[in-house]
Structure formats: structure tokens, C-alpha cells
Write a protein that binds this ligand. Sequence first.
Ligand code: CDV
Length: 320
Amino acid sequence: MTRRLVLAAAQMGPIQKAEGRDVAVARMVRLLETAARRGAEVVVFPELALTTFFPRWYEEDLGRADHWYEHALPSNETAPLFEAAKRHGIGFHLGYAEKTPDGHRFNTAVYVHPNGEIVLKYRKVHLPGHSEYDPQRHVQHLEKRYFEVGNLGFPVVRAPIGDKQVNIGMLICNDRRWPEAWRVLGLQQVELVMLGYNTPSLNMENRGFEAHHLRVAHSHLSIQAGCYQNSCFAAGVAKAGTEDGNELFGHSIIVNPQGEIMAMATSWDDELIIADCDLGMCELGRRTIFDFARHRRPEAYGRITAQVGSEAPAVWTPKA
Ligand code: CDV
């Protein structure tokens, strides 16, 4: 029997620093309702979808940054999204800043069943940027200040989406550039990777040259390679546009296990893209070129987990 999943990626346009969660949530409800009308069974929202991308703003006292975080889910402000999901019988993926009851801060994503239960939670592992104010940068990227490294690993769960069971995993933004993260999901037979991002249109590290057009190319390259090499679908969903003068690129995509782009957003605003995903496509790679059980050679991969930074290679010199 064909397992078809109607997958929606809900790209979001900018959220300004002064805008409240009510504005973002109202936009998300509209996107979710449109997704449901178009027959989607799940809708994927971006990373840190409820606020502006606040790690660009330095706050010396972390306590004063508390208003950026969710202390409970749902809260009064996010409840309308949960209610809309229930009304329309559609699951959703949400990226948000999490502050736990014991005071830990994470860049988190959840997959929520239409009945409001949290099916899967993931906390971002690869945190880019820096933890202290960096005067060399035009714009700060303080994820290492505002978040701890995720402590849940890369979980995959088999759970219902619509009338099917689907193996669901998640990555968040910078994670998409790390093949190790994809492979850990692949080793759990992930079929759908939900992945939100906030990526500036320019390299803000201000160290060396990176051509503008390659910013989107690198994002797509990473997601397409991740899907192909791990035989899965992904929804890579941006927060896009200009937030308080800071431009984030869009180009949200849905990718199939062959690494092909099935749908792509063309605006830098709220925009829904939808694809009809035949989950049976995950089988081809799994049974042939990426049949892990037959072809992987972990005995040769020791450095992947034993080492963090790269090491200089042995130097060859001619004998004569
Ligand atoms: N939010 C992110 O993780 N953004 C990074 C940027 C800073 C490079 C990304 O990898 O897209």
C-alpha cells in the first residue's frame, strides 16, 4: 500500500523585535488553516518561530532576556495554535526558545499531535556564533550565550501523521550542515526530517569572502545531501526577510530521498509550500547504495567520535 504524506512547509516572513507573540501566532494560525484547506497532514514552522531572531541582540544580564523564552507550552499566547491544530486535525512542528523549570535554556523544536500532545522534542546541538559581545561583527550571533548545547541527542520516533505511521526526526538550522547529525537520524531509519532555520543573507562573521549567491546554495546542498545519503524526506523551513534591518534568506524547500527539491518558496514572506510525499521512496536508497547494514564500515570511522578539531596530516618527504 502506498504511504502518501501531504507535507506543508510554512515559511514565515520577518518578525520585528517590537512585535509580540500574538502577532506571530495569528500569522501561524492563518498558515496552518491554509495548509489544512489544501489537504496537508502536517505543517512545519521555522526555528525560533515565535519571536524575532533574538540572538542578534546582546543582553549582558541573561535574566533580562527571559521574555524571549517559552516557560510552558502551550501558554496563553501559543494556545491559539494548538487549538487551530485540533480544530483542523493537523499536526505541527514548532521551533522556539525553551527555558526549563530548573533554569536551562535551549533552542528547541517539538512535533505536536493534533490532539495537543508533544510527540517529539529536540534541542539544537550545533550552536553557531559566540557567547560574548564581538565588536568585529556587524551583527551579533549570540546563540552560544543564550542556549546550552542540546541534551536529547538526535531522537527519531515512529508516530502517526494523518492516517500513517512515520519515522520522524528533527534538526535545527546549523545542524543541517553537519553530516554526522543526519547520519545519526539515518541510523534510526528516519523518513521525515523537520528542520527550521534563520540564516542571514550575508556571512556576518566578517572574516574572509563568501559570495552572496552561495549562501542559499550551501543551505540547499546540505539538505539535499542529507536526504539523499540517508534516504529520507525533509522540510527545510526559513524565517525570512528583513528583521529590524537584518536580512534572512528564504528559499524554504521540501526535498525527497533522491535529493531532489519537490517544492521551493519564492518569497521572503509568509508562504506555504506543499508536497505529496510517497514515503515508499525511502526504501530504494535503504535497500541499495545506502543499505547501512551491508556497506557501512564503522571500524574505519573512529575519528568521527574520538576527535573534535581537525589534525594536520603526516608530512611526506622524498627519500632522495
Ligand atoms: N540559526 C543558525 O543556526 N544560523 C546559522 C548561521 C549563523 C550560519 C546557519 O547555519 O544557518
